[in-house]
Design a protein around this ligand. Structure first.
Ligand SMILES: Cc1cc2nc3c(=O)[nH]c(=O)nc-3n(C[C@H](O)[C@H](O)[C@H](O)COP(=O)(O)O)c2cc1C
Length: 195
């Protein structure tokens, strides 16, 4: 029996950078993203789409990431042992993460609609992060340069003219929970306009 306390969860959820070598059950992942889907969504568009890479399904995805970094010049394209070592360690690092959830949505030409869909997808992500925390599952929300690489998008089987990748969530059971960095007093950011 889980005790749900949303206010506590909002404050206690932490971004997780290191994960246990244990997969989250598919049923639980479905549950987590089902909670995500209760996010507000204009016209009930429910724009979020998710591809979860796990197990052997991570291999091509991780290779596509490395190739993208090479195209962008973040990793060299040569047979230098230093480059090979860097590729090997990055590959291991990414493969060790139990799940990578790529969150994307259909592009909209109208900028207002585009923002509505992107905003709804972000609300979906945060809902999912909070639900995950309730089940002891951690996430790291990432926005990385490869998400803008057309070759990468095509390489993973999506049409870059039709979809936008919003985020890649790294998911798993936390190995370590970082300390709470706290937040600035809201008074620093909030003003009441009374007249
Ligand atoms: C849109 C977005 C992108 C982020 N991208 C990264 C990232 O690429 N790498 C990273 O370490 N953290 C990333 N974060 C997580 C923030 O670093 C994290 O939320 C912040 O340090 C506060 O920590 P907390 O989530 O534990 O409260 C991202 C967060 C958001 C909302």
């Amino acid at each position: 029996m889980i005790k749900i306390d949303i206010l506590k969860t909002i404050k206690e959820r932490r971004t997780i950078h290191s994960f246990k070598q244990q997969e989250v059950d598919q049923t639980l992942l479905k549950k987590i993203f089902t909670y995500g889907s209760y996010a507000p969504t204009h016209y009930m568009k429910e724009p979020w789409r998710i591809k979860i890479y796990q197990g052997k399904g991570k291999r091509d995805f991780v290779e596509a990431i490395i190739q993208s970094y090479q195209r962008m010049g973040m990793i060299k394209q040569n047979n230098d042992p230093k480059t090979e070592k860097m590729i090997a360690s990055m590959t291991t690092f990414l493969l060790d993460i139990p799940h990578h959830a790529l969150i994307y949505f259909e592009l909209e030409d109208d900028p207002v609609r585009y923002e509505e869909e992107y905003a709804a997808v972000c609300a979906f992500i945060q809902n999912a992060q909070l639900a995950a925390w309730e089940f002891g599952v951690g996430m790291l929300w990432t926005i990385t340069p490869y998400m803008h690489d057309k070759e990468f998008i095509k390489g993973i089987g999506l049409d870059e003219t039709k979809v936008k990748i919003a985020a890649v969530m790294q998911i798993g059971y936390p190995e370590k929970i970082p300390r709470d960095k706290g937040r600035s007093p809201i008074e620093e950011k909030l003003e009441f306009i009374l007249k």
